[in-house]
Design a protein around this ligand. Structure first.
Ligand code: MN
Length: 379
């Protein structure tokens, strides 16, 4: 448990409570930092063994007005906080030290801090994105009809691990054919069929920072005419939206741009009929594109931080990292669609850093142009 305490003069102290360094326990569960190294190596101002929490925290909160902690995240912590406050109330009733009067949720503050990445964080995210991008490219090289979806998921994990990822940012989605139309398909246990697409949504986690990439490509290496038309439309929606990203752009503008392009394209292909404005107003696109433009990404794949402030979509700022991930999904269960479009699910997703002058696509090494994908899969 980390306590950060600020006094009236503005002095900030960091106090760590952690497991004591006991070799007979470490031999079972692994190395521990211990209290000495916490101060010397990690520069905490104070360091205690975890069993000192109930003794030390009341001293730390006495005289403070507000406690920030994740309210309601763990009932055991809610109970502890109440006990510590009650203890201070009783101990200091007749002294000049007061018990805290206010509990605030620390996640609101941390969410805002996590929204703007430092240069060091950006370096790690670039590395995480690059490893994941190369792992996606590798899947294009080894994919062929007849292998199970989990083979590609396993190869992805393997390549990320070889490059130093300690975990995956989330369970990989590898969906061939009809499975590409299930947004969070994680069964990954069907066999990839010749002539169909495979959609792969997978990202490694490097030094605790997530990557989140989706690529869709033909299992046999060559797009059919229908697959190509849907793919090019999704790619156009994604590229046009990425091109708009720069400081000052509102979060909601990204989804609006995707919807505009996807609806126009679906009308051109004969998959939707009617006036563009009416189709947007009635959300007719939801039959084919039923999710949002993306999300913040960082320590979590869906990172903390609000998308609106005071009911207005927030404006992008340098240092924010977000995904842009339009998709079109045409299942055999989708009503009123010519069978030639069935089982075509396409999503293309990249991780984008907002810079002073525009943006940087952190995941740019994962191929997404049709000619590039077909060339990689041919060789
Ligand atoms: Mn995503």
């Amino acid at each position: 448990m980390l306590v950060i305490s600020k006094d009236d003069t503005g002095y900030v102290a960091s106090i760590l409570f952690s497991l004591p360094k006991i070799w007979e326990e470490e031999v079972w569960t692994g190395y521990r930092v211990g209290q000495e190294a916490a101060k010397e190596q990690y520069k905490f101002d104070l360091s205690y063994a975890h069993d000192q929490i109930d003794l030390e925290i009341p001293k730390l909160i006495a005289g403070k007005k507000i406690i920030y902690y994740p309210i309601g995240q763990e009932m055991s912590l809610d109970r502890k906080v109440a006990q510590w406050v009650k203890f201070v109330q009783q101990q200091h009733r007749n002294k000049f030290l007061f018990a805290p009067e206010q509990l605030n949720d620390v996640r609101t503050l941390i969410g805002e801090m996590r929204l703007i990445k430092s240069p060091q964080e950006i370096d790690v995210m670039r590395e995480s994105a690059q490893i994941s991008a190369m792992a996606h490219k590798n899947l294009m090289q080894i994919c062929k009809a007849g292998i199970p979806e989990y083979r590609l998921a396993a190869e992805f994990v393997y390549q990320c691990s070889l490059a130093g990822c300690n975990a995956q940012a989330y369970n990989a989605i590898v969906g061939g054919g009809e499975n590409s139309c299930i947004l969070h398909y994680v069964a990954n246990n069907s066999v990839l069929q010749d002539g169909q697409l495979v959609l792969i949504d997978a990202g490694g986690e490097y030094n605790h920072y997530a990557a989140d990439i989706t690529r869709t490509f033909p299992i046999n290496g060559k797009f059919t005419s229908e697959q190509k038309q849907i793919y090019e439309l999704v790619l156009q929606a994604q590229q046009s939206t990425i091109n708009k990203i720069k400081p000052g752009i509102l979060w909601g503008d990204l989804q609006a741009n995707i919807i505009q392009i996807i609806i126009t394209g679906l009308v051109d292909l004969g998959l939707l009929a009617g006036n563009i404005e009416d189709l947007i107003a009635t959300q007719a696109y939801r039959k084919f594109y039923m999710h949002n433009s993306g999300h913040w990404i960082g320590l979590d794949v869906h990172d903390l931080g609000s998308y609106k402030s005071a009911n207005e979509y927030r404006a992008l700022q340098p240092g924010m990292v977000l995904t842009v991930e339009p998709g079109i999904y045409i299942s055999k269960h989708t009503d009123g669609v010519n069978a030639k479009w069935h089982s075509i699910g396409v999503r293309i997703e990249d991780d984008i850093l907002v810079t002073e002058s525009g943006c940087e696509v952190l995941t740019k090494d994962a191929p997404k142009e049709i000619t590039e994908i077909e060339q990689i899969m041919r060789s």
